[in-house]
Design a protein around this ligand. Structure first.
Ligand SMILES: CC(C)(COP(=O)(O)OP(=O)(O)OC[C@H]1O[C@@H](n2cnc3c(N)ncnc32)[C@H](O)[C@@H]1OP(=O)(O)O)[C@@H](O)C(=O)NCCC(=O)NCCS
Length: 424
């Protein structure tokens, strides 16, 4: 590890775990008196050997001498055409008295240098509490999602013909084996979605009271036929009455389906539950089929938000780790890109990228670049959901050869849009 500016940053010690969790809760404005179940969930989510801390110069009461914390969760993430180990940066927090003194900067540099030196994950991703924090560290906005508030809807439009073989059933959310196969198959369709192992599937349905916000425990609705599960939805409900009028709310956490009929059947039940008035959907893909069926999408107040922010840690391994073009061999990319990266000098310079739907190679180039961009823009492009032409039009990518942005952009693009179905 080179001499990095700022505080001493080091791995957490096992006896500091309580201080780590306390600082996590302090930074994220969580209640200090959390339930044992919530505490256990937090501990289960942490990979101890991937947690780092920054030491405080003036320790605060109860801080255990920590100024900042950060962690990585090991993800096996879908990227266009392939699965890739990806570093999921999480639990980033700085003690309120130590803010704006470069503690975060020191931890971010530590993580990036450490990943590079160990030849660990070539890409890091994170959910940002506020979108303006991470661009300076080379993270680009790589996925987006929609948030909808849907008035109860009895009739959707242009829906698929009903399938009489399809049945809906409520199951215990803890029965993750029922839905695992369907999730895994769907995860392969959208870059940005992590593949889950047994532990990951169980963590997804751990249901701490603090996370319910006055709603019910998690419920799971399954659409199935004699061949097995074709879709499932996880959701919560909250009953409410307003001067005698029912105003219950359904909050959909996630919905996965392998075909249009199963997807439609799940939404139909959720959008028309008795005693409810509103359905809240916080995380919906920007191209979700539901948008085609809602009779009046305008009344759902759709809000477009930033999802995963991605950071290319090692340009050559990252770009060789995904596929391009999605079509027949030969329909991919063959280009030279000049990358600027002030924090990770090993990335700076010219790279020759060739790739198609079957494989990709990336190495140092001697020829002139077609495109010049900061590593942040490369992160935004990485999962296939950002238009290279739009980055050029915003002045964020220089196009040195006319038409290169459209041509190379077509190779990077992925359909359906990338999507991250949950926050880690
Ligand atoms: C966000 C947080 C980690 C920043 O830590 P920090 O140690 O204050 O950050 P640094 O001092 O290293 O800041 C580096 C730069 O980022 C800027 N920055 C930091 N946080 C910012 C924010 N929330 N909004 C805008 N700019 C921010 C700083 O102003 C500084 O800019 P400068 O170099 O031009 O002066 C800290 O405020 C925090 O813990 N917040 C609550 C929890 C949280 O939101 N964590 C992030 C989870 S994804």
């Amino acid at each position: 590890m080179p001499n990095l500016p700022g505080r001493a940053v080091r791995p957490v010690r096992s006896q500091e775990l309580d201080s780590f969790l306390a600082l996590d809760n302090l930074a994220f404005l969580q209640t200090p008196d959390m339930s044992e179940q919530r505490r256990q969930l937090q501990l289960d989510q942490l990979e101890l050997d991937r947690c780092i801390v920054a030491e405080a110069d003036t320790p605060d009461q109860g801080s255990g001498g920590l100024a900042g914390i950060a962690a990585i969760t090991s993800l096996d993430m879908r990227v266009p055409g392939a699965w890739l180990p990806v570093a999921g940066v999480t639990s980033v927090g700085v003690h309120p008295t130590q803010r704006r003194r470069a503690v975060l900067t020191a931890m971010m540099l530590h993580q990036l240098h450490d990943l590079h030196e160990r030849s660990a994950e070539a890409v890091a991703v994170l959910w940002a509490s506020e979108p303006m924090i991470y661009g300076r560290f080379g993270y680009g906005e790589a996925t987006r999602f929609l948030t909808l508030t849907i008035p109860r809807t009895t009739s959707m439009v242009r829906t698929p013909p009903p399938d009489p073989t399809l049945r809906l059933r409520m199951v215990d959310p803890a029965e993750v084996d029922l839905v695992r196969g369907l999730y895994d198959a769907q995860a392969a369709r959208r870059p940005g979605t992590p593949r889950l192992d047994d532990r990951g599937h169980r963590l997804r349905v751990t249901d701490a009271v603090e996370d319910r916000e006055g709603f019910s425990a998690l419920r799971c609705l399954v659409a199935e036929d004699d061949t097995g599960v074709r879709g499932f939805a996880r959701f919560r409900v909250k009953g409410a009455w307003d001067t005698g009028v029912t105003r219950g709310v359904v909050r959909v956490r996630e919905l996965h389906a392998g075909d249009a009929q199963a997807r439609h059947a799940l939404w139909q039940l959720l959008l028309d539950l008795d005693l409810t008035a509103t359905v809240e959907v916080w995380l919906l893909p920007v191209d979700d089929p539901l948008l085609r069926w809602l009779p009046n999408p305008r009344v759902t107040n759709p809000a477009l938000r930033d999802g995963l922010h991605a950071r290319v840690v090692d340009v050559d391994r990252a770009l060789a780790g995904r596929r391009y073009g999605g079509g027949p061999p030969g329909a991919g990319v063959d280009t030279v890109i000049e990358v600027r990266d002030a924090l990770c000098p090993w990335n700076a310079g010219r790279w020759r990228l060739t790739g198609d739907a079957t494989g990709a190679e990336c190495g140092r180039a001697r020829t002139e670049p077609e495109l010049v961009m900061d590593v942040r823009e490369l992160g935004a492009l990485y999962l296939g959901g950002t238009s290279l032409v739009s980055l050029r039009d915003a002045g964020l990518v220089q196009e040195r050869v006319e038409g290169a942005a459209a041509r190379v952009g077509a190779g990077f693009a992925h359909d359906p849009a990338p999507f991250a179905p949950f926050v880690f």
